[in-house]
Write a protein that binds this ligand. Sequence first.
Ligand SMILES: [Zn+2]
Length: 315
Amino acid sequence: MSISARLVAASTLLSALAFPATAQTLPQTLPSKEQLANDNKLFVFWANKALKWEEPTEPVGIIGPIYFVGTKGLGVFLFATSEGHILMNTGMPSSGPMILDSIRKLGFSPKDIKVMINAHAHIDHAGAFAFMKKLTGAQVAIMQDDVAAMESGDRDDFKYRDDLAYEGVKVDRVLRDGDTVQLGEVLLTAYHTPGHTRGATTWIANLAVDGKAYVVAFPDGAGFNPGYRIAKDPSYPGIAEDYRKTHYRLEMIKPDIWLAQHNEYYDFEGKRKRAETEGVRAWADAEGYRRFVAGKKRAFEDQVDDELGAPSRSR
Ligand SMILES: [Zn+2]
């Protein structure tokens, strides 16, 4: 198998490796799918490098109160309101100072962050929660089934055990499916969409901007990484049912705009470029969201087929 084909097979998370521009810059000693599945530290090393998780990038306003303050690869979002701010995700442990820079560049103060929320308790989204909480004193609100992982710094992960641990953070508010987080003009609803982690959370923002209503979705939970087991010898009991429930949940959402925890999922760079001339319209992508969810569902069923030794349906 070619290098890029091997990595595409390895994970949807690593899909950006298949882009020629990225592949050229990588050495020839790329790990195999099996190596990525079996060696947690190797996996995160390659994902980090290939998807530029720790490289800074410019912040940008998306729509109304929503701002991107993440890295080249990772989605971190600020919801700026008249009563203070909500921060969604924190990237890697090294991302804290980058997020602070981005918030200040936008003219906001990190000290005004009142609430911190998360997509799921892995190191690439939860890595700098402790750092940001120390600085802001913000309330940390987390979906029930990810609370233990956030507090321990993911030291008992069903796949990664303590290989991808980070500094844990105390959770102040435990969320359940359908709970809301409200601050000023921003209302966010948390949906429990487990699978990728037990407490993975999809967030929906309902906004009114310039007299128009918008549903903005931040889908999560449907991705699986190399080495996750679903059908045979499952990574945790009930994981297949969790994923299927999550697919159903994500299909029910009809967003005007969708953003994601990994920038390549929704062509952040392309949309950002187009937004320079088109404004908010560049971010509107209801069809892209449907394709994304359908793709995740198909990849999941292919994985099930692979594990059961059946010929896959979509490949
Ligand atoms: Zn993850």
